[in-house]
Design a protein around this ligand. Structure first.
Ligand code: TYD
Length: 205
């Protein structure tokens, strides 16, 4: 059986850089790796992502949660489960903790509703390991603003919104220390990558 590693954190925490570095390292260790993201990971999921993150239109929190859950269900069945069955390491840029942070803490959807939706999407299965890249939202948003893309609906939210997301990621990590590891994302790229490799080595290899 393979392993699912999710990467979480606020906007601009540097997840994609770290996922690429870990993927390269795991391949050097002889592992097969699948890199993917949520919402997304399939053409259908990418279409849902586009609905969620682009443009000015505003879904409410429940509608957002339903959208990401539909994409997650499809992604789980089409990509993640088959890869795990084939013994691969799946590195996923965001997963269910983002739903708890953005739709739960951010938009106010009750925890119990989100748990039920996760049950529908994955049967309640969570990642084997979750790397939370923790960053002060002021710094994260400054970094994210430098990127040239149209995925900025959440980046336009007030700083208090992003502070709630950060607090939620930290409280998930505190409640589930066996699954989650918090890493200080204000450190340099190499220092963060080294910490991630050592956690993966210790817990999953
Ligand atoms: P991501 O590509 O990680 O954006 P960024 O690199 O800017 O952090 O994720 C896309 C957006 O999708 C992100 O702003 C958060 C949002 N999202 C949710 O609101 N709920 C979810 O369950 C997931 C997986 C993502």
């Amino acid at each position: 059986m393979g392993r699912l590693i999710s990467f979480e954190g606020g906007d601009g925490a540097g997840k994609s850089t770290q996922i690429a570095l870990l993927a390269t390292w795991l391949r050097e260790q002889g592992r097969e790796v699948v890199q993917t993201r949520e919402p997304g990971g399939t053409p259908e999921g990418e279409a849902v992502r586009n609905l969620l993150v682009s443009g000015a239109k505003h879904w409410d929190g429940v509608a957002e949660a339903l959208l990401v859950t539909a994409a997650r269900r499809h992604h789980w069945r089409q990509v993640i489960e088959p890869a795990m069955k084939a013994g691969r390491f799946v590195l996923c840029d965001r997963f269910s903790d983002s739903t708890r942070a953005y739709q739960g803490a951010g938009r106010g959807v009750p925890r119990q509703v989100l748990d039920q939706l996760l049950e529908l999407a994955t049967g309640g299965v969570l990642p084997d390991l979750t790397i939370i890249l923790d960053i002060d939202p002021q710094l994260g948003l400054r970094r994210a603003a430098r990127r040239q893309d149209s995925e900025n609906r959440f980046e336009r939210e007030a700083i208090e919104f992003h502070q709630r997301l950060r607090d939620e990621f930290l409280s998930i990590a505190a409640a589930e220390p066996v699954r989650c590891v918090v890493i200080d994302a204000s450190l340099g790229i190499d220092a963060i990558a080294e910490q991630i490799r050592s956690v993966v080595k210790e817990r999953l290899l």
